[in-house]
Write a new protein. Structure first.
Length: 298
């Protein structure tokens, strides 16, 4: 049987970094009784599904994201997986029957327009979310300032839109997960006596050309990064554990110590992560990321 895992492509997804993140968890995390796990920027959910698979002592999890369509996906998978699978099978079959790239492009653009009308029920909205994610250029999710999805056609001849077994297992795993859509600060009141927060916010861009914070129409700028740091202080003061990922500005173009200075009172280390989603193939590959935590690992 397949384990629960991310059901979509997502920029900055942590699948290839899971071993390194796992090594930085609190040393006794597996022994915490009735642990609570909170992920305020859930994205593709790689860390969520990894921890739920690995640690049965997590009896409660809370996920949040400011992108309402992404959160609708999680809710739909949790609540109505079979109806979603049926709808996904239908769009997969329709797309697979198209013979030419021009036909596929028309189908894609028509689907994108329909998705951007923002008047769909959760099943149809999630179906198009999956379809666009698997057929758009390079699996990006990007919206303009009006919140409209604007990624061009991806020219894949026979993409796999979904995996039935994965969706069923994800649905099973999400049954004990509380799903929110809002600001990350709204998650603190939901913490329990033994809680681990994992923060994977939109990364601080290393240069003007590398900026990519358009998961939603709201930008995540340096003011937002500062607000997140102050929130981490609140989490720490409340006695909860946190682990945070971000770009490593010290090692890249701007050669600053933005995060080293900001989080100087916490534990900081660096890891090499694989970047597989980038419009420029020459910029894919290994990149340094910074990891910050408020606890020792041994």
């Amino acid at each position: 049987m397949k384990k629960a895992r991310p059901f979509i492509k997502w920029v900055g997804g942590k699948t290839k970094l899971l071993d390194q993140l796992d090594a930085l968890l609190p040393a006794d995390f597996g022994q915490w009784e009735e642990a609570t796990y909170i992920e305020p920027f859930v994205g593709g959910g790689a860390m969520l599904f990894h921890l739920l698979n690995r640690f049965p002592n997590i009896n409660r999890a809370v996920i949040n994201d400011i992108n309402p369509d992404l959160i609708s996906c999680y809710q739909t998978i949790k609540e109505t997986p079979e109806q979603l699978i049926e709808a996904l099978r239908s769009i997969q079959d329709s797309y697979s029957r198209l013979q030419s790239e021009e036909e596929r492009k028309r189908f894609y653009l028509k689907s994108r327009t329909r998705y951007n009308e923002k008047n769909l029920n959760p099943i149809d909205n999630t179906t198009l979310f999956f379809f666009l994610n698997r057929t758009c250029f390079n699996g990006l999710y990007r919206v303009n300032k009006k919140g409209l999805f604007n990624v061009p056609f991806g020219r894949y001849s026979d993409p796999q839109i979904f995996d039935e077994e994965t969706l069923r297992e994800d649905s099973r795993m999400l049954q004990n997960v509380q799903i929110l859509s809002g600001d990350f600060e709204e998650t603190l009141p939901l913490a329990g006596p033994r809680t681990l927060f994992y923060f994977d916010p939109p990364y601080r861009p290393l240069s003007e050309t590398s900026a990519f914070t358009s998961y939603s129409k709201e930008s995540f700028n340096d003011d937002s990064q500062l607000r997140l740091k102050f929130f981490c202080d609140k989490v720490n003061e409340a006695g909860h554990a946190f682990l945070l990922s971000n770009s490593d500005s010290q090692r890249e173009v701007d050669q600053t110590s933005f995060f080293d200075t900001l989080y100087k009172d916490y534990h900081i280390c660096r890891v090499n992560a694989s970047r597989s989603i980038n419009s420029n193939p020459t910029k894919r590959g290994k990149i340094s990321e910074i990891l910050i935590r408020n606890y020792p690992t041994s």
